[in-house]
Design a protein around this ligand. Structure first.
Ligand code: NAD
Length: 293
């Protein structure tokens, strides 16, 4: 069994990005710049956004954090998005989700210029991805592709069972794994909350990608010997022994599933760390105008 080390892979990707930024600087080019819009004070969102800004500094990007209180109007937000769309300085930006209920999230996401949409959530980027055109890929699926590629995991003709159909992980993952490319060329089954007899599908899987948010949902009896298991789930469960009072648990019953696997991601330290690295990668691609060239 090989552990898919997301932390190490993420660090390697960030080092590659830092080297590219150093080269851009040496050649007198424009340093990539990521902006993030954060609404409110939700603990999780604040941490995520701060980590994204810190990661920018580490690789040598410029960064801007735009913060609003919970009561920001949709109009104010849309005006700021327009400003960032037109900014010569900002190459890419994100709007941290979730947004407060009085704001129409879809309207906000669609206001972002697809050329600066480094989260890959704009329908133009989703459409381009589905059509097999170059696009900004959402960071988590993009990170999973990197893990598969950098560990040389065979996907051609394999049966990949994706569990969860969210717009940010499960659905794009199912499309990418079926693409005529590497990683890809897999036969894909997409399971979700309406799936009857989930185990029937997972037992046939050469590759399982779980993105649900139910700790320990995937048990050893649901996994074929030699399977590749990628666990996207991150649920905070109370843990009095930790300073934070909680720990992260994945969708997979790791201790019992791992011995059956050829490859498996730990939680934490698997898919999670790659998400930020791929956001940086998308920002670099935006700065280089690679996607919409
Ligand atoms: P979500 O919360 O939007 O939806 C969950 C999905 O699971 C739905 O599509 C639903 O149909 C499916 N589902 C629910 N119960 C099920 C069941 N019993 N059997 C099969 N499918 C079931 O999904 P999300 O936003 O993609 O998040 C999923 C998990 O991944 C969460 O734990 C989240 O925290 C985590 N996540 C981690 C990262 C990261 O590590 N960087 C990024 C995104 C999401």
């Amino acid at each position: 069994m090989t552990l898919l080390d997301g932390k190490k892979t993420s660090e390697a990707i960030q080092q590659e990005i830092a080297a590219e930024v150093a080269e851009i600087k040496a050649n007198g080019g424009k340093v990539p710049h990521l902006a993030a819009i954060l609404v409110g004070n939700d603990g999780g969102s604040v941490t995520y956004v701060n980590n994204k800004v810190l990661a920018c500094e580490k690789v040598g990007f410029g960064s801007t954090l735009v913060r609003y209180e919970d009561d920001v109007t949709e109009e104010e937000l849309l005006n700021k998005i327009q400003e960032l769309n037109e900014s010569k300085e900002v190459d890419g930006f994100i709007v941290q989700l979730p947004l407060p209920k009085h704001i129409n999230t879809q309207k906000v996401l669609e206001a972002v210029d697809p050329k600066k949409d480094v989260d890959g959530f704009h329908p133009a980027n989703v459409g381009r991805m589905v059509a097999g055109l170059s696009s900004f890929l959402p960071a988590t699926p993009y990170g999973i592709l990197q893990l598969i590629e950098r560990y040389n995991i065979e996907t051609n003709g394999k049966h990949c069972v994706v569990i969860g159909r969210s717009n940010i992980v499960g659905s794009p993952m199912s499309i990418l794994m079926a693409k005529a490319a590497y990683p890809g060329n897999a036969t894909v089954t997409l399971c979700h909350r309406n799936t009857i007899d989930l185990a029937y599908y997972t037992r046939q899987a050469d590759i399982i990608i779980a993105a649900v948010g139910i700790p320990g949902l995937i048990t050893a009896d649901m996994v074929k010997e030699g399977a590749v298991v990628i666990d996207v789930g991150t649920t905070r469960v109370p843990d009095a022994t930790r300073k934070s009072g909680y720990r992260l648990r994945g969708d997979v019953d790791f201790d019992n599933v791992a011995p059956k696997c050829s490859y498996i991601t730990p939680v934490p330290g698997g898919v999670g760390p790659l998400t930020i690295a791929m956001l940086l990668k998308n920002t670099l691609r935006a700065a280089r105008n690679e996607v919409y060239a």
